[in-house]
Each structure stands twice: as C-alpha cells, then as structure tokens.
Design a protein around this ligand. Structure first.
Ligand code: HEC
Length: 156
C-alpha cells in the first residue's frame, strides 16, 4: 500500500517535472532567397508531395501537432524535426553547394523508392503523407532531371 501511495505521488510529479526538460520546438524564420524554390524549378505536383509528406521535418514550415507539447513524446517529435532539418532543409537550400545538391537529389529518389521516408511513426499519425507509386515515380523523374541539369552546369 505504501508503495502504491508513493507511486501515486511520484509518477504525476515526475510527469510534470519532465515537461520542463528536453529539446525546444523551433520554426526559424524563412529567408525566401535561401529556399529550394528560389534555386530549383519545382513542379506543382512535387511541391504538393513535399508539403504533405516532407516539409514538417525538412523545412522551417513545421506544423507542430498537439502531442509535440507533451513530454516525453515531444522529445521524439522535436528530435526527428531537428535531425531531419540537419540532413536536408528545403527552407535553407542555399547552404548546399552544387555537389551536395546533386547527392541530395539522388538520395531523395533512393529513400522514397525504398519506402524509408516519410518515417514510419510519422505515417501512423499522418495518413495524408503516404506516397503512392505514382508519387514516387514523379519524385524520381524530377530529381533525375535536376541532377542532370546540375551536372551539365558543372561541365560548363
Ligand atoms: C517525421 C519526420 C520526417 C519526415 C516526415 C520525413 N523525413 Fe526525411 N529524414 C528525417 C530524419 C530524422 C532523417 C535523418 C535520419 C535518418 O536518415 O533516418 C531524414 C533523412 C532524410 C534524407 C537523407 C538525407 C541525407 O543527408 O542523407 C532524405 C533524402 C530525406 N529524409 C527525404 C525525405 C523526403 C523526400 C520526405 C517526404 C517524402 C521525408 N524525408 C519525410 C525525418 C523525416
């Protein structure tokens, strides 16, 4: 009985306490000349796919879900976003040199073909983010065309 009473106090206290820990949510300001749209032609259907399936983790336009306010779930969500942005950031495309852009285009196609993006746990909560075969084909056709364009620019 004593243990139970102790737990009944300790668990909620701990829960409240951890709300003050962990990483912070951010939406850094967007500087239009630095976005991918300022550097690359993105067809509307590709843009729509990015908006519904990728930009929450790979841009500064993150729409934070309610559970991103609730530790410890928030820690996973915020980590995914921070980690996602650090790997590829559509709002800060200007940081990548040509070489890096080519390799990112290659990886975008590869990763969606393998079904590794969007991340599985994200799909549990975001039905709209599922990619169809047609979406994947459209992404790869676009990334390959962009890779080719960048490589031909390099040769000039
Ligand atoms: C829930 C957040 C989330 C979503 C949604 C998401 N990603 Fe990611 N993405 C990550 C994280 C985290 C990483 C880095 C860790 C890893 O590789 O697993 C990553 C890595 C990547 C990489 C690897 C970049 C590199 O440096 O190697 C690519 C490419 C990528 N994502 C593309 C996409 C695309 C395209 C979409 C949409 C179809 C998407 N991601 C949706 C979180 C996400």
């Amino acid at each position: 009985m004593k243990t139970l009473r102790w737990l009944a106090i300790a668990v909620p206290t701990l829960f409240i306490f951890i709300q003050f820990l962990g990483p912070e949510k951010t939406n850094p300001p967007i500087n239009p000349p630095r976005t991918i749209a300022a550097h690359v032609q993105i067809p509307p259907e590709i843009n729509a796919i990015f908006e519904r399936a990728c930009q929450n983790c790979h841009s500064h336009k993150t729409q934070w879900p309610w559970y991103s306010n609730l530790a410890p779930i928030s820690w996973f969500v915020i980590d995914h976003v921070n980690f996602g942005r650090s790997h590829i950031n559509l709002s800060d495309w200007a940081q990548y040199d040509q070489e890096k852009q080519i390799s990112l285009f290659e990886e975008i196609c590869e990763i969606v073909e393998k079904g590794e993006m969007p991340l599985e746990p994200y799909l549990w909560m975001h039905d709209k983010a599922h990619l169809t075969q047609q979406d994947i084909r459209a992404i790869c056709e676009w990334t390959m065309a962009e890779q080719k364009r960048l490589m031909s620019e390099q040769q000039k």
